[in-house]
Write a protein that binds this ligand. Structure first.
Ligand code: ZN
Length: 425
């Protein structure tokens, strides 16, 4: 068993060496068709890893965990290997594990990634898996940052953390842990508070529900589509989506007016398998879902495709606006280029971006339009081509302050509602 798994890991490392995308690939430049037929993934061995001489135990037995291998390198010193689900893959090493010790002490934990990867996410820590805070910078040592690489995506090869541990398990994760049960709890809470409908529009590769929430009037004929978490670790984009949706579902006069004859459909968790299995980017079919919006080989993308078609024909209505929330190195908006005017509301997206700029003082949005919608490949292009939506990829930086994310989500919702209400005056 162990040998098989090591062989798989070595195979992944070998494949990773040939990875085509050593640097982040921006959604804005995506236009080349890729094969999205399912490919094998390597699963983690879910278990506890105990080191008797130090009386320290690590665990990856929870949803959202990623800890591939661990070895003891000295007294109270450990190296954790984090490998992706398969390769090639972009370099977003996602790690999450628990550690506890019989005695209070400090331990050293070094993260080790495949050769092609770089460190991306600053560690967050938690005592209960719900409230998180960043690990103090003084406790993190960067390893192998190339001093000659001045590009903004330059990252260290790895990090070493000095952790205070004790009997209460300490959670360490790349970004706050927002696994499927946390996301579904948020949905259920909001649905209860605001009397929203939740339905299942399909099942993931592993059979998890793909849940969709309706905000607004279910009998409306004017629609907005919102999705997030196609890429598992992109938690900051998910936070922006949450603020956005809460605002539209909220108590403001604007929101109440908007909900009278608009309906917004929200799929907060497009990739529950990838999220719960700690994948760096792909679903359980081993595929980047946001490359599957032309071939539709994966059940997650098919579920949304079928819903959009069904809704449009059954209700006799139209989709006007679509947002796909993601995270990357920086806050970036990827709309379609202004030249694409064959939509249900030409120019709306650019008016929205202008309105956001006005609504958040001293904020200069980073906007990178896409001018190659075909083949559709990514959700935004499909939303525009198949349903004439004004559509955008809304990216939030990994390290964007969480209160500013909320502000952007809220402002984005208000400005969208105003523009959509104006549309029919
Ligand atoms: Zn993404």
């Amino acid at each position: 068993m162990k040998n098989t798994r090591l062989t798989i890991i070595l195979l992944i490392l070998a494949l990773a060496a040939f990875a085509q995308e050593p640097r982040p690939v921006y959604q804005g430049s995506t236009s080349v068709a890729v094969d999205t037929t399912s490919r094998p993934i390597a699963r983690q061995d879910k278990r506890e890893f105990s080191f008797d001489s130090d009386q320290v135990t690590f665990s990856n037995v929870f949803d959202g965990a990623r800890l591939t291998e661990i070895s003891r390198t000295g007294e109270n010193a450990f190296t954790i290997t984090i490998t992706p689900e398969n390769a090639p893959i972009n370099m977003s090493p996602w790690y999450a594990f628990q550690v506890r010790s019989k005695r209070k002490k400090e331990i050293l934990v070094t993260l080790e990634y495949p050769e092609f990867a770089r460190h991306r996410y600053a560690p967050q820590i938690s005592k209960n898996g719900r409230e998180w805070k960043p690990l103090e910078v003084a406790r993190i040592e960067e390893i192998g940052r190339d001093p000659n690489d001045k590009s903004f995506e330059a990252r260290p090869k790895s990090i070493r953390m000095r952790l205070k541990v004790g009997r209460t398990p300490l959670w360490i994760a790349a970004q706050e842990l927002e696994n499927s049960s946390r996301v579904f709890a948020w949905m259920d809470g909001l649905a209860k508070k605001r009397k929203l409908k939740i339905e299942e529009i399909g099942k993931s590769t592993e059979g998890k529900p793909l849940r969709m929430m309706t905000v607004g009037n279910p009998a409306a004929k004017k629609f907005v589509m919102v999705i997030s978490r196609q890429h598992p670790p992109e938690v900051t984009g998910y936070f922006a989506m949450r603020a956005f949706v809460e605002r539209v579902a909220g108590k403001s006069r604007l929101a109440k007016q908007f909900r009278k004859d608009w309906a917004m459909f929200v799929v907060p968790l497009m990739n529950p398998d990838g999220v719960d299995n700690g994948h760096w980017r792909h679903n359980d079919g081993g595929i980047d879902l946001n490359r599957d919006w032309a071939a539709f080989n994966q059940p997650e993308t098919r579920a949304v495709r079928d819903f959009l078609a069904r809704k449009e024909s059954e209700a006799g209505g139209k989709f006007f606006f679509g947002i796909d929330f993601h995270s990357t190195w920086d806050d970036i908006y990827y709309p379609m280029d202004k030249k694409f005017t064959e939509t249900n509301a030409p120019g709306l997206m650019w008016n929205w971006l202008d309105a956001i700029k006005r609504a958040i003082p001293r904020y200069e949005p980073n906007i990178r339009p896409n001018d190659k919608p075909d083949p559709t490949i990514v959700s935004r292009n499909y939303f525009m081509r198949a349903h004439k939506m004004e559509a955008i990829v809304f990216e939030i930086g990994d390290n964007t302050p969480r209160d500013f994310i909320k502000k952007k989500g809220t402002a984005g919702a208000d400005e969208m509602m105003k523009l959509l209400l104006d549309l029919v005056k």
